[in-house]
Design a protein around this ligand. Sequence first.
Ligand code: AMP
Ligand code: GLY
Length: 422
Amino acid sequence: MEHKVLVVGGGGRCHAIVDALSRSRKVGKIYCAPGNAGIAAQAECVPLKETQTEKLRDFALENGVDLTVVGPEVALAAGIADVFAAAGLRIFGPSKAAATIESSKDFAKRLMEKYDVPTAAFRTFEDYDAALGYVRSGTFPAVLKYDGLAAGKGVVIAEDLPQAESALKDMLLDDKFGKGRVVVEEFLTGPEFSFMCFVDGEKVWPMTVSQDHKRAYEGDKGPNTGGMGAYSPVPLITEKDIEYSLEKIMKPVAAGMVAEGCPFKGVLYGGLMKTPSGVKVIEFNCRFGDPETEVVLPRLESDIYDVFSAIADGTPMPELKWSAKATLGFVLASKGYPGQYGKGYPVCGLDEAAASGNVRIYHMGTSMKDGCYFTSGGRVLMVVGTGDDLRAARECALEAVGKIRCENLFYRKDIGWRAGAL
Ligand code: AMP
Ligand code: GLY
């Protein structure tokens, strides 16, 4: 039986999900809402926004969609899983209540505290003066996190008091991200890695680990972004680290969510740091990471439709098999990103770039006009190479990047530097 699947979202992560589904023998038709110009080559794009949950439900009902897979957190925080479940539709993604693990930093921190999960010490504030007083009495850098969804821009690492003052003013006095609270955290050090797990209630199945590069410029300098590149596996993270992260972090959190009355179903993403005193949690997300998904899913050899179905239906999970090959990807972003940037620049050479079988090109923000691709977002493309090791994967990706012509794109050449891939 060939199934119809709807993927909700429109960035590189959704392109990678669509690409993985298109390799499934069980999937006949893929819709993607809203999708993008690159996704349109592999799926039928539907002009509905991620947050139009009721319209998406109606679309799924009218078109006989067997399974819906949700990419972005905004759709989950808008309650898409609840709306679909109420209509008897199968969906892969957590309920609105379970998605709080990402949408509220304070919820996540209190959960970790209660279930003894290793993370940075913290306090939560509503009041500007109280927050500032606490920061003033502590050490720098100070970590300040807005307690809500802020598109990756709600975290400030303040090096000194004036920086902290200005960030707290934005978050608590001027309500830059909306009315909310601020979590002030202990500053941790060490390499970060992304540990995504498929979760159904207390059951947890780990994916292979990956590492994102959050800063905009080479040498991990410049402002934080949604992610400028990623690779998998991560040699710095040992089997022991992974075992510890699974047993002491992911499983207790999954069990904690059940105990709190909001069981999690979907991808639980642990943003973890290997500190000198062990692996600790930096953040949780309630969905696939972006750009991590673009390097992790190409390594999945099991049929992803079966994986999604097992969680949506609570049926047995197939064995997760991972390719021994490594993947490494560069994000090509619009000049100026993550600040202001222009759109509508032509992008050429994608066919030549994709011609090698060891490269995948995922579209993050493109549009199409008269058969030509144009830039339409901050992050535009992710070029992922595959090889016997990270160095080989990087070479493949780099060669492909060299064939892409666009005057308004930049990328970080040093993706994988911590793993010695350069
Ligand atoms: P988050 O959105 O919580 O993942 O934070 C964004 C980035 O800020 C993380 O990827 C880290 O690089 C950094 N960060 C967050 N929390 C801490 C912390 N407690 N100590 C050091 N760096 C942090
Ligand atoms: N790459 C970080 C995230 O998906 O939030």
